[in-house]
Design a protein around this ligand. Structure first.
Ligand code: C2E
Ligand code: MG
Ligand code: MG
Ligand code: MG
Length: 280
């Protein structure tokens, strides 16, 4: 790369790189402290069943309440978390907190599911199953209410250990969803082989669904395929009522997006959920 770009740019490139890695190290250091200082937060974005417009659960989305920089989204620190290995500890915290919060909702009479994002690093470590077993036991959450979100690229992992892990998780009763569906490499036979329960259609197909005919064709096909494989479909990134109406007419099962709500801090989510259930 540097050779192609010529000699002079080589140095510039190197400077950039070292600045970048310093920054990385700073973030890593701060992230380590964030864990011990309790600066991580889980926000919850409501998930709605389109048929009958019922609230069915929420996706747990990680945030970092940074002392100087404010509330940070995962795209600001996830890479560092993964590359430093801190994601293992963070990921475990996410699963535990999400299950505890879902139990808290039940104490308010709200029986809602909770979806948790997993990272590739997490599924390669061999303690994921025992973490989930422990958390379910300790929190008391029914396994049926916990959904784990994987991405298509994780399904490329073909080791027996991975296959066994997913089988065991399914045996526990938790469900599996494929996140950002349509953006990665998808060998559709994996959907059957791994006994996946749900596809989450990526928001890039959903955001402009009402005006983009190609995306409408893709989403239509994904819903049909999913249903004939007995999988459920969630659409992410619904911002407009017209898109909701189209998805409803296509038979899409669940929906998530700013139209319903942005991700909310736990108390705000509880408020949202309570008013939703009173409305029904
Ligand atoms: P994701 O799992 O696909 O989550 C959905 C993302 O879309 C969230 O971004 C959410 O805020 C955003 N979103 C929801 N509705 C709309 C909408 O109507 N319009 C638009 N434009 N965006 C919408 P967020 O919270 O910034 O998270 C980004 C990604 O970070 C997540 O994508 C997920 O891959 C990752 N992530 C979040 N929390 C965790 C976690 O606890 N563990 C791991 N491993 N990854 C996480
Ligand atoms: Mg997700
Ligand atoms: Mg994702
Ligand atoms: Mg997604």
């Amino acid at each position: 790369q540097a050779k192609k770009a010529g000699r002079n740019t080589h140095f510039v490139h190197q400077e950039d790189l070292s600045a970048d890695s310093h920054q990385r190290l700073d973030i890593e250091q701060a992230l380590r402290q964030a864990i011990s200082r309790d600066e991580l937060r889980l926000y919850y974005q409501p998930i709605i069943a389109l048929k009958g417009e019922r609230l069915v659960g929420a996706e747990a989305l990680l945030r970092w309440q940074h002392p100087e920089q404010g509330l940070l989204s995962p795209d600001r620190f996830m890479d560092v978390a993964e590359q430093s290995g801190l994601i293992a500890e963070i990921g475990e915290w996410v699963i535990r907190r999400a299950c505890e919060d879902a139990m808290r909702w039940q104490q308010h009479g709200l029986r809602l599911g909770v979806s948790v994002n997993l990272s590739a690093i997490q599924i390669r470590r061999n303690n994921l199953q025992s973490v989930i077993v422990d958390v379910l036991n300790e929190s008391g959450l029914e396994p049926e209410l916990l959904e784990l979100e994987l991405t298509e690229s994780m399904l490329l992992e073909k080791s027996d250990a991975f296959l066994q892990l997913l089988k065991n998780l399914k045996k526990l009763g938790v469900s599996l969803a494929i996140d950002d569906f349509g953006t990665g490499y998808s060998n559709l036979s994996y959907l059957q082989r791994f006994n996946v329960d749900r596809l989450k259609v990526d928001k890039s197909f959903v955001l402009d669904l009402s005006s983009n005919e190609q995306n409408r064709a893709i989403v239509t096909a994904v819903i049909q395929m999913a249903h004939s494989l007995k999988l459920q479909v969630t659409a992410e990134g619904i911002e407009h009522q017209l898109v909701q109406r189209i998805l409803t007419s296509l038979g899409c099962d669940h929906a998530q997006g700013y139209l319903f709500s942005r991700p909310l801090e736990p108390d705000a989510f509880l408020g949202y959920a309570r008013s939703y259930s009173e409305r029904a």
